[in-house]
Design a protein around this ligand. Structure first.
Ligand code: NI
Ligand code: MN
Length: 242
């Protein structure tokens, strides 16, 4: 059933909020590249190989740290908000595409829409200073097959997740559950309810001590809400549906 939904798209979890998506046409997309210092990613997956697109939800290190080195190495296009996109260009990366909330860009064979997220966004530069990173986002990615995945980025739950559900109807949501600096498992269950989504992959938990939320708590809250969810708890390095 998962394979039917995916329609030839492959989704690999690289730990924390980092996902690799391979389209039916063979394009590779990396969301929130956190590789070098990501304690969850298997060592052999730190080298990403061929890459077409990098999507960045916001400027915090655990989503952005490897974006510039990987873009430099692979020539992949970086898609991010205006401020991050400008910063990336200032670091010598020409292939950088600004996308803001509400906008949809065609990137290769996929359509990427920027969505709201309630969080912060700043960029830590190499000299240790912090610069403004614009507004944080989530993304809805639509593949050739019509399959849609929503990566929520770092966010609290918000009522307009219902609007994201209405307008885009994602088949699968990648939701943070770590608590403290992102939404809790309790809020994530309500996020799933508002989105009206069927399939959820919990993410952004357990990486650091300040992310104590667990998939078990998320499952319990989803059950209490009576949601008919298929929750896919993925190990870093694992491919969805495998
Ligand atoms: Ni963050
Ligand atoms: Mn984060």
């Amino acid at each position: 059933m998962v394979q039917e939904m995916l329609g030839g798209t492959r989704i690999t979890y690289l730990g924390h909020a980092t996902f690799r998506l391979t389209t039916p046409g063979g394009e590779n997309i990396l969301i929130d590249p956190f590789l070098t210092d990501n304690p969850q990613i298997p060592e052999e997956l730190k080298q990403v190989g061929d890459l077409d697109t990098i999507l960045v939800t916001h400027g915090h290190f655990d989503h952005f740290a490897d974006a510039i080195p990987v873009a430099r190495q692979t020539g992949a296009t970086v898609v991010a908000n205006f401020e991050i996109s400008s910063y990336v260009q200032s670091q010598g990366i020409e292939n950088s595409m600004p996308l803001n909330k509400g906008g949809t860009a065609r990137v290769g064979g996929v359509k990427v829409t920027g969505t709201n997220a309630f969080h912060a966004s700043s960029i830590q530069t190499e000299d240790g200073s912090t610069i403004y990173g614009g507004e944080p986002m989530g993304f809805v990615v639509e593949f050739e097959s019509g399959f849609k995945v929503y990566h929520a980025g770092d966010t609290a739950v918000f009522g307009d997740m219902r609007l994201i559900g209405e307008l885009y109807g994602p088949d699968l949501a990648l939701l943070p559950i770590g608590d403290r600096v992102v939404m809790s498992p309790f809020e994530a269950a309500h996020a799933a309810r508002l989105l009206g989504v069927r399939h959820v992959v919990p993410m952004h938990y357990g990486t650091f001590p300040f992310l104590p939320g667990t998939p078990e708590e998320f499952e319990r809250h989803a059950r209490e809400l009576g949601l008919e969810l298929e929750i896919h708890v993925m190990k870093p390095g694992e491919e969805l549906g495998s």
